[in-house]
Design a protein around this ligand. Sequence first.
Ligand code: CTP
Ligand code: CA
Length: 224
Amino acid sequence: ALAAQDAADLAGRHVVVSAGGTREPLDPVRFLGNRSSGKQGYALARAALARGARVTLVSANAALPGPAGADVVAVGTALQLREAVLKAAADADAVVMAAAVADFRPAAYAAGKIKKKDGQEPAPVALVRNPDVLAELSASRPRPGQVVVGFAAETDDVLANGRAKLARKGCDLLVVNEVGERLTFGAEENEAVVLDRDGAETPVPYGPKDALADVVWDLVVRRW
Ligand code: CTP
Ligand code: CA
């Protein structure tokens, strides 16, 4: 919980938040997508604004109203998200990757609508890997002291998988959602553990996404 006197602890800071889920087009009318609603990323943006930050919100296909005062950059695909995040990160004090970035995209884009033909089996969809934006950011750190935060949803061995993922990505903090019993996609509430690269674990009890957002910024401020 945030005390009123701490309300401007992000003043003078530029933070970048990615939100939503990328869509990877197959043809002009179809895409591969995911169920991320964007609510957690938008909650992070609103919380940062309330605490005085300048906020760039890189928003992938979220059907949500842009938070007043945020610089919203709308993107569609993982490649577009990468470009927008890396550009905004150049002078950012923190980057929080709450977006669900597609790991793969169709290897080919059909300029015309893919049609079915009678008596013909559908062709398999070939995929290629997308770049890992979080790993790239964590490795490059365009601004000294920049704090990089990732999100992960895990179903099994949540803490062990989270620790391994944090190490693999090279980020400072990883917010691990425990999914399974209560799905977090589209929900207003969330339960998580925030792992710090230095070994600390901050459990965040089941509650509103706004509350998790404030815990994330508390931990970012501590790292600064
Ligand atoms: N992420 C990213 N670029 C990608 C994929 C993921 O920046 N191409 C970021 C997400 O925004 C998130 C974090 O990495 O902050 C973890 O995403 P997750 O899908 O859990 O990690 P992956 O390494 O893709 O692992 P998995 O194979 O479990 O999907
Ligand atoms: Ca993934």
